[in-house]
Write a protein that binds this ligand. Structure first.
Ligand SMILES: N[C@@H](CCC(=O)N[C@@H](CS)C(=O)NCC(=O)O)C(=O)O
Length: 200
């Protein structure tokens, strides 16, 4: 079986868990605390980051976008459209959702890793501005949700789950379409709810 180093709250790990479940690939989940730099994770990925996947043949696969492409290949294209133009759109949505997760994680780390007196507010504001712009874009353009979804939908759902978990739902104000998008994702794909980011 494929082994996934993961944590309940990590948005990138949630994306991979959602993608694997949607594509029908079973994962053996190993929950790790990255700040403890567990030896088995470091041995698989010197960056000490999650998600890191280990294949049944013992090959390691990271980062999360390499993993979603790998899962797409081994599932016979269950995660990305075959049509080149549609695939580019799906990959771009994955990239924008991952980019949003990057700034949210950086925001959390800035506050978590530094003593309070040297948390740099301008950098937090800079991250937040990027997040606001990206949420505005997603409010206008997030892809329609049907029973068939792709890696872009999955990445957006994972990142917005992390946003709600760490920052609350204040982002919904002024973004009614994106708020409805999250509701619809939950209604159309209740089977995926267990894989969304959760408090550790
Ligand atoms: N680009 C990476 C980002 C992964 C990432 O930032 N993971 C975080 C958890 S959400 C992590 O492992 N942080 C621990 C660290 O950076 O040491 C991906 O897409 O997988």
């Amino acid at each position: 079986m494929h082994k996934l180093y993961t944590s309940p709250s990590s948005p990138f790990s949630a994306k991979v868990r959602l993608a694997a479940q949607y594509a029908g690939i079973e994962l053996e989940k190993h929950i790790v605390v990255t700040s403890e730099e567990p030896a088995e994770l470091i041995a698989a990925n010197p960056l000490g980051k999650i998600p890191t996947l280990v294949t049944p043949e013992g090959k390691t696969v990271f980062d999360s976008r390499v993993i979603t492409q790998y899962l797409n290949r081994i599932s016979g294209n269950k995660l990305f459209p075959r049509n080149a133009e549609k695939r580019l759109d799906a990959e771009k949505f994955e990239a924008i959702a991952d980019g949003l997760a990057d700034v949210l994680v950086a925001h959390v780390y800035e506050r978590r890793m530094r003593p309070e007196e040297i948390v740099h507010q301008p950098v937090l504001d800079w991250y937040w501005k990027k997040a606001e712009r990206t949420l505005d874009l997603l409010n206008e353009t997030a892809p329609r949700i049907g029973t068939k979804i792709h890696g872009g939908h999955i990445a957006i759902a994972a990142t917005l789950g992390y946003l709600n978990l760490r920052f609350g739902n204040g982002w919904e104000r002024g973004r009614p379409k994106l708020k409805r998008w999250v509701k619809r994702f939950a209604e159309v794909h209740p089977e995926l709810a267990a894989q969304l980011p959760k408090a550790a």
